[in-house]
Ligand binder design. Structure first.
Ligand code: SF4
Ligand code: MSK
Length: 678
């Protein structure tokens, strides 16, 4: 009997294999919370990553389940492929077709997620233009006028032979209708494609990848990848390009623009980041997801005198809002609301025991949040009709733009009422870092721009003279298969050390903020001499936070402005620039990667890419695309190697532009030089 019990305990012990907090994350606050969760017996994603290994065939991209004769699994043989690749699914689909179809479906899902976000924003904007809602307004009429031109909407009218300003409400209505039509118009191509540099637009035209409308390109991927349709990996990828461009230069860009019109353009502001932003004596409300239409209202509600008074009446000193993921980034950019953490910290923020309500909308929301919330007093509130949770401890308050403020007040009140239910288990890590966030195309222009030759001239000048070696867009998620934030931080530090200025979005932005890289002071500590000089002169951080996932469109437009300002070639692919998503996990990242590549950017992903089981398709992505668009994919799990590859690409572009000599004026130490030459 005793023996049986002993064995059972061992078994239980085995079943409870948990993560090593230090191996799981570089962030001390997160390590503390993982330990805390383990003490309390609350399971997190870090523990599940230890016990559940990824599928070895899926990771190579060569498992097909597109019909009921499968799944057909075509892993690369351990010995590699010699001679002809004879692997086939039941229907004869090759590894390349299967990997291309899987890749395409990731693009479709990613583009759909971003673009559906954009659609909601466009619908809310239409309600504003029609004056069907009082809760939203046009906060930035100048931005509306700026984007109207891109939709072909006149901003002037002729009255008595004289040109006068057109009525703003009329402009708004026409922009709203044209924007919404981008999802389903019967003819033509997306308006915003012409915002790209002319040579890039011409390439898209030449290769037949101009998106017709957003929904169509996504639907067509699903059709083409259905069993027995498109069996040519290059043709499948062509459709990926169309759908991805419809995301980057369509749905995402429209989302960003209309959000700026309704909620205001971001402008640099001060904030903080990490779990330490939560306050023990405040009502803490965490907002998580991607669509800012409700969170804008929650910010307004939480700042209202009435709600603050109510919180005080309930024994709190005030209301602390905080964000997770990209809804967090949206309210950070426009209101300075601090992020409590990145994607991998969502469970941990509840484990503080101090989260009175977590409000979620769409994307990147763990289903396990409900299980974690059950162990604490936290009210988990879903708000979106397309993103509900089945668990009975989840409250659903469906958001509607027609009574947005009412919904927001209800949510904030619910959080305040829950403050008194906090248990004894509150433990808020002390770690938080100061940050300057809120950059955008316009504010970069203001800080780094000039009017002499073009709006981004000063930036270009500093690139040409070599103080800034190049520009990197570093974006994307966390991935529980790698150490939380490590690749983000190692990569970004290596880039800025080598005078590469970094534009960031998404969870990379939050990770950099947590590390203190989003402050002007970081320049003197982490950057090479050229970038330090520029940052200190202008007073900007070496890493500029441009916002959320849809705001990657800001990076496209910033790159376009750099091209326009002159001196660095005629197209995005000419720029000394590269992109990376070192800890990606989301299908949205694949769509982003594809639109960056098709816009001419050398784009590296970390962790893995589910194409490695199909070497011919992989070669198409990693080599052949460059001949078409000037950009290409690459995979590099090691962040230092990733930085070296990006810098080598930047240097190659400098040489092609004939500005490699200028760079030599900026002195690096010998060790740096030797390492880069190696
Ligand atoms: Fe297998 Fe072909 Fe069906 Fe895919 S579509 S599961 S490869 S039979
Ligand atoms: S939130 S998509 S984990 S960046 Fe945009 Fe972060 Fe990636 Fe979600």
């Amino acid at each position: 009997m005793a023996e049986t019990i002993e064995k059972k305990e061992v078994k239980t012990e085995r079943a409870k294999k948990v993560a090593d907090p230090v191996a799981a994350t570089i962030d001390a606050a997160s390590q503390q919370m993982i330990r805390r969760a383990q003490e309390l017996g609350v399971e997190t994603i870090f523990d599940r990553a230890v016990t559940m290994k990824p599928c070895n065939i899926g990771i190579q991209g060569t498992c097909c389940k597109n019909c009921a004769m499968g799944p057909c699994r075509l892993p690369l043989p351990k010995s590699g492929i010699e001679g002809e690749d004879e692997r086939k699914g039941l229907c004869g689909a090759t590894a390349n077709t299967i990997a291309a179809r899987n890749f395409a479906r990731m693009v479709a899902a990613g583009a759909a997620a971003h673009s559906d976000h954009g659609r909601v924003v466009a619908e809310v904007f239409l309600s504003v233009a029609r004056k069907e809602t009082q809760d939203y307004k046009i906060k930035d009429p100048n931005k509306l006028l700026a984007i109207a031109a891109h939709f072909g909407v006149d901003i002037k009218v002729e009255v008595d032979d004289e040109e006068v300003d057109r009525d703003l409400d009329e402009i708004a209505l026409e922009v709203a209708e044209k924007a919404l039509d981008e999802w389903g118009k019967a003819e033509g191509e997306l308006y915003y494609l012409k915002r790209a540099p002319q040579p890039l637009y011409e390439k898209w035209k030449q290769y037949g990848v101009l998106p017709r409308n957003i929904d169509r390109e996504i639907v067509e991927i699903m059709h083409r990848t259905h069993m027995g349709v498109d069996q040519d990996y290059k043709n499948i990828l062509k459709q990926c390009t169309r759908a991805a461009l419809a995301d980057g230069w369509g749905g995402s860009m429209i989302a960003t623009d209309l959000q700026d019109v309704m909620f205001g353009k971001p402008y640099p502001l001060q904030s903080e980041a990490n779990l330490g932003v939560l306050k023990e004596d405040h009502v803490n409300i965490i907002i998580h997801g991607h669509e800012p239409v409700l969170s804008e209202m929650i910010v307004a509600a939480a700042q209202s005198k009435e709600m603050v008074e109510y919180a005080k009446l309930k024994g709190a000193k005030g209301i602390q809002l905080a964000g997770i993921c990209c809804t967090g980034n949206e309210i950070l950019q426009r209101h300075g609301v601090p992020p409590a953490g990145t994607f991998l910290q969502q469970e941990l923020s509840i484990i503080t025991g101090a989260c009175d309500a977590m409000v979620v909308d769409v994307q990147c929301i763990f289903q396990n949040l409900a299980n974690v919330a059950k162990c604490f007093h936290t009210k988990l509130i879903t708000t979106h009709p397309i993103a509900r949770m089945e668990q009975d401890n989840v409250v659903h308050i469906e958001f509607d733009e027609h009574h947005a403020m009412e919904d927001a007040n209800r949510i904030v009140k619910m959080a305040i009422d829950n403050f008194e239910n906090r248990g004894a288990e509150v433990m808020i890590p002390s770690q938080k870092a100061a940050q300057i966030a809120g950059f955008g195309v316009e504010s970069v222009e203001y800080h780094l721009g000039g009017t002499f030759r073009g709006s981004y001239y000063t930036l270009n000048d500093n690139i040409i003279n070599g103080r800034i070696r190049g520009v990197a867009g570093v974006v994307g998620c966390n991935n529980a298969r790698t150490r939380h934030n490590e690749a983000h931080i190692v990569l970004v530090k290596e880039l800025i050390k080598n005078d590469v200025i970094v534009l960031t979005t998404g969870c990379n932005g939050i990770a950099c903020a947590m590390e203190g890289l989003l402050t002007p002071g970081a320049a003197g500590v982490y950057c090479g001499p050229g970038l330090t000089e520029v940052c200190e002169t202008v007073g900007i951080p070496p890493v500029l936070h441009l916002g959320s996932c849809v705001d990657n469109s800001r990076i496209l437009l910033a790159a376009t402005e750099v091209v326009k300002a002159g001196g660095l070639g005629n197209d995005i692919c000419d720029l000394p620039a590269a992109g990376a998503a070192p800890e990606w996990m989301s299908e949205k990242a694949i769509s982003i990667g594809q639109y960056f590549v098709a816009s001419g950017v050398y784009t590296l992903f970390g962790v893995n890419l589910p194409v490695t089981g199909a070497p011919v398709f992989q070669k198409h992505l990693f080599e052949e695309l460059e001949k078409l668009y000037g950009g290409k994919w690459d995979l590099e799990a090691d962040p230092i190697n990733m930085a070296r590859k990006m810098i080598a690409h930047i240097d190659k572009k400098r040489k092609e532009l004939g500005i490699d000599k200028a760079r030599e004026r900026v002195l690096m130490d010998m060790a740096d030089r030797q390492r880069l030459e190696a």
